[in-house]
Design a protein around this ligand. Structure first.
Ligand code: XMP
Length: 512
């Protein structure tokens, strides 16, 4: 990995573990998450500048709780324990952990010692985020208490001589006022990191290692037009140019003009073989008469891979197969097994009869925001790099009920109007995702002097950080009014527009 210095985040199963890694990388220090089942020798060999023990859901006294070989604290590498990780450090070294009668939760005022390297350049009193029931009642021998709250005598402890630090609170969440400062103090004051992890270095080093790995062979990538595969394509193009072939299956269920935009971007801006397969008719013929959402998803997915692998079979042999897998696709927190991999659309299952020299995943160590930064640096247009999530089955799950060419056209037109108005008003920047839906309902209307009976279009727009929960966006009425007028005037066969005001839960973001 192209990094001069590295931090290991040892994962004990807490909910914020990916966040810890991201916060470290935000300070330009490269870090990797490793499960707590990673053997000590492997960690010793990793030549890291520091180790962070994450939080975890358990009590250190329980036998089934994740533990670790205490010898990790003798490697001479600085360690920061967070929450469960702090208690684990105390427990490993003979300190005492107790179960409090009630949980300490939320924003709590903390008093921290300005003499501690960890709390340098911040006020003595600040707000930290706590979420724990167990607490360290007696720190291990040789440790000082370096922070406290009213209900937690040991909000932080340290043994500066051994470079061991522990905090009961969560510096990685933004509710901890000086959390980023505290993590930075650990990285720079304690571990002596320089903070030279830059996306420019990443690009340069990755291009170099891709060239070495691929040699004079070819490489094939399935390009969906999504952020991850687009950035992987741009990176591979920089590394091997025309020896990269991108196969873009356009199932005709993308947004208006999107297929053309993807083709134009990659043929004009990047050196590669670009193969576009237009197969809307084929997809629609398989979707004829099908209305069940799960069946539609299945048909679209199956057909997609059929077209894709048939193309590969027909045209390519040997060489490498690349995919746009990113870091969160690979890690599943707390499972304690690096090989546990989520089934994800970024990780493609290969048919048995196709063989490649190997699989290349150039973005496998990056978080989404890092992928986007790489994309921008490689010159991918902003609208592609900052693209909203778009479901794999495309408009197939936004045309409710049967998917026909005419209904896809109506939806594409209506959605294009919405996108245009959102962009003009600047509201697109505030939205996590917005789109039009064709619910398959016809309603009566009046246009001029005539009665109409035409399609209803629904508008969906949500704000969210993680898509697990979402709120409907409070779009100004005037903007909604313009969208509605334009859709009815400009899109044939639509006479009514409604706005979806359902949050998630109980609704989902998509309608199907
Ligand atoms: P839901 O509808 O589950 O959507 O609240 C959450 C996020 O996931 C996207 N989504 C999908 N993405 N294949 C995908 O690749 C799918 O079948 C799919 N269904 C939903 C959705 O657009 C939203 O961003």
């Amino acid at each position: 990995m192209p990094a001069t210095e590295k931090i290991i985040v040892l994962d004990f199963g807490g909910q914020y573990n990916q966040l810890i890694a991201r916060r470290v990388r935000d300070q330009h220090v490269y870090c990797e998450i490793m499960p707590y089942t990673t053997p000590l020798e492997e960690i010793a060999r990793a030549d890291c500048k520091g180790i962070i023990f994450t939080g975890g859901p358990n009590s250190v006294y329980l036998e089934e709780s994740p533990h670790y070989d205490p010898a990790i604290l003798d490697l001479g590498v600085p360690v920061l324990g967070i929450c469960y990780g702090a208690q684990l450090m105390a427990w490993m070294l003979g300190g005492k952990i107790e179960h409090a009668p009630s949980r300490e939760y939320g924003r709590i005022e903390m008093t921290a010692s300005p003499d501690s390297l960890l709390f340098r350049d911040m006020p003595e009193k600040s707000v930290c985020w706590m979420s724990h029931t167990d607490y360290i009642s007696v720190p291990p021998e040789g440790f000082n208490l370096s922070a406290r709250t009213d209900s937690c005598p040991c909000a932080a402890m340290e043994n500066p001589g051994r470079r061991l630090y522990a905090v009961q609170f969560h510096p990685e969440v933004t509710h901890s006022e000086y959390g980023q400062k505290i993590l930075g103090n650990f990285l720079f004051n304690v571990c002596g990191c320089k903070g030279d992890w830059q996306m420019d270095n990443f690009i340069e080093e990755t291009v170099k290692s891709l060239r070495a790995q691929i040699g004079d062979q070819g490489v094939v990538l399935g390009l969906s037009g999504g952020v991850d595969s687009s950035v992987a394509a741009a990176l591979l193009s920089r590394a091997v140019g025309k020896r990269l072939t991108c196969v873009f299956v356009d199932q005709g269920l993308m947004r208006k003009d999107e297929g053309d935009f993807v083709e134009e971007t990659f043929t004009r801006l990047f050196d590669m073989n670009f193969v576009r397969i237009n197969c809307q008719e084929q997809f629609l013929s398989h979707l004829k008469g099908v209305t069940d959402p799960e069946q539609k998803r299945k048909i679209i997915g199956t057909e997609f891979y059929k077209v894709f692998w048939d193309e590969i079979r027909a045209r390519y042999s040997g060489g490498f197969f690349a995919q746009g897998t990113i870091y969160p696709d690979r890690i599943e927190s707390g499972k304690g097994n690096a090989a546990t991999i989520k089934t994800h659309h970024n990780q493609v299952k290969m048919p048995a009869d196709i063989t490649f020299s190997g699989v290349i995943e150039p973005l496998k160590d990056l978080f989404k925001d890092e992928v986007r930064r790489v994309g921008e640096k490689l010159g991918i247009p902003r609208e592609l790099v900052w693209r909203q999530p778009f479901p794999g089955p495309g408009l197939g799950v936004r045309v409710i009920g049967e998917v026909t060419a005419e209904r896809v056209r109506i939806l594409q037109e209506a959605d294009a109007v919405l996108r245009d108005e959102m962009k003009k008003s600047g509201y697109d920047e505030h939205m996590a995702q917005f789109f039009a839906v064709l619910p398959g309902v016809k309603t009566v209307g009046v246009m001029g002097d005539a009665r109409t009976y035409a399609e209803l279009v629904a508008i969906r727009a949500v704000t969210t950080d993680d898509f697990m929960t979402a709120d409907w966006a409070r779009i100004p009425y005037d903007l909604l009014g313009r969208v509605s007028n334009r859709i009815i005037n400009e899109v044939d066969n639509v006479n009514r527009v409604v706005y979806d005001i359902t949050s998630k839960p109980p609704g989902t973001v998509e309608w199907e």
